[in-house]
Unconditional design. Structure first.
Length: 390
């Protein structure tokens, strides 16, 4: 038990600095889960038999049951959409075999395995709902063996046991039914000590359910209606009267400069166009931009400016880069799909420089679900069109 207590303390010490530090992503949360499946081992049955019985007999045959039902439970913290950490408990069930020897003897062996693990889990988003998983970590497994022999198979140690830390790795897939419920299917490999001097592998094939704690989607932000402002009419110029009868040169004032083209501005929430923390247009984002491009066909415009904005979470350099990438993607789509002249469109990333929200309304620095939802209006793409309606 002391070994498991030490593992727990080391786990808490390792994860605490990451929990206390402010997150640089907009999607961090705690989660818990449980899984069940099958465990399978490649125990060297003949080698173990030769080890646990007294010298003399030779193994002549082995029958084995190298798989059993297994389960696991775990708690984790997702630092950002790509990296998380988990602490868990696993139970692999029981493996058994029977061996016969020459001279005549029989050995029956059972191995029970359970333990705890600490993993670093990497997540690679594939679509809005599917993600790939990869993990690497350390596990502390407890192995308990029971051996019974008859005839020439005399057991030297009937109940050996061993606790030992070793590595584990795994891969899998994750599907998010909603922000608060996900399912995983995984293959994990554990390297264990069989308590008699060998280090076989145990594979765990499992299906798990994951439940985030307190995670909620940011509210959707609808595109603001475009506002058209008519140009100001120039003040009338009074005619200059002629003085008669003496001819007088009449100075005609220069015509006033033409009024600047009115600017039409449309705002889209970043969530309506892009997946979280990405600069790839979502299908519904493409539909919205297709409608905007159709409207431009009925407009005499001189220039279009696409401006990307982020909220204040994350570093300034990262936010500048993300806002520029999103503005570039919107421009490219309008040019390629909307058949708009690329020379008439400018894409600008303005990062966190022009927030819509007020500092006193959205307080805090740690990216909690409440703060992320409050700052949603700041994450947007604005399109300004200088021109007039036909």
């Amino acid at each position: 038990m002391k070994t498991f207590q030490v593992l727990k303390l080391l786990t808490l010490a390792g994860i605490a600095p990451f929990i206390a530090a402010p997150s640089f992503a907009q999607d961090s949360y705690f989660y818990g889960g449980a899984g069940a499946g099958k465990s399978r081992t490649n125990l060297d049955d003949a080698g173990v038999t030769s080890t646990v019985i007294a010298p003399g007999p030779v193994v002549s045959g082995v029958s084995r049951d190298a798989k059993d039902n297994a389960y696991k439970v775990f708690l984790g913290y997702q630092f950002n959409p790509y990296v998380g950490m988990e602490i868990g408990y696993f139970h692999f069930g029981q493996f058994s075999w029977n061996a016969t020897t020459v001279p005549a003897g029989n050995l029956h062996g059972q191995v029970r395995l359970q333990g705890g693990n600490l993993d670093l889990v990497g997540t690679l988003p594939i679509t809005d709902k599917f993600s790939g998983l990869a993990r690497v970590g350390v596990q502390m497994a407890r192995t308990r063996d029971v051996f019974t022999g008859s005839g020439a198979a005399v057991v030297t140690n009937p109940t050996p046991s061993q606790r030992e830390a070793d590595v584990k790795v795994g891969v899998g897939l994750q599907y998010a039914f909603s922000p608060n419920f996900m399912m995983r299917t995984e293959l994990e490999r554990f390297r264990i000590n069989d308590a008699v001097g060998h280090h076989p592998n145990v594979n765990l094939y499992s299906v798990s359910f994951v439940v985030p704690f307190g995670r909620s989607p940011a509210p959707a932000m609808h595109a603001a209606a475009a506002v058209y402002e008519p140009p100001a009419m120039p003040a009338p110029v009074a005619p200059v009267a002629e003085v008669a009868p003496t001819p007088v040169a009449v100075i005609v004032p220069a015509p006033p400069p033409p009024a600047p083209a009115p600017v039409r501005r449309v705002t889209y929430s970043a969530q309506s166009l892009f997946s979280f923390d990405r600069a790839v247009l979502r299908p519904q984002g493409k539909v919205a931009l297709d409608g905007f491009a159709q409207e431009l066909r009925d407009t005499r415009y001189s220039h279009v400016t696409v401006e990307g904005y982020t909220d204040r979470l994350g570093t300034e350099a990262y936010n500048d880069k993300l806002s520029q990438e999103r503005a570039d993607v919107v421009k490219a789509y309008l040019v390629e799909s909307g058949h708009i002249d690329g020379s008439q469109i400018t894409a600008v990333g303005k990062g966190e420089s022009s927030p819509v929200t007020q500092a006193q309304d959205c307080t805090g620095k740690v990216a909690t679900a409440r703060l992320i939802a409050c700052l949603q209006p700041d994450r947007r793409v604005e399109i300004a069109v200088a021109g007039t309606q036909k």
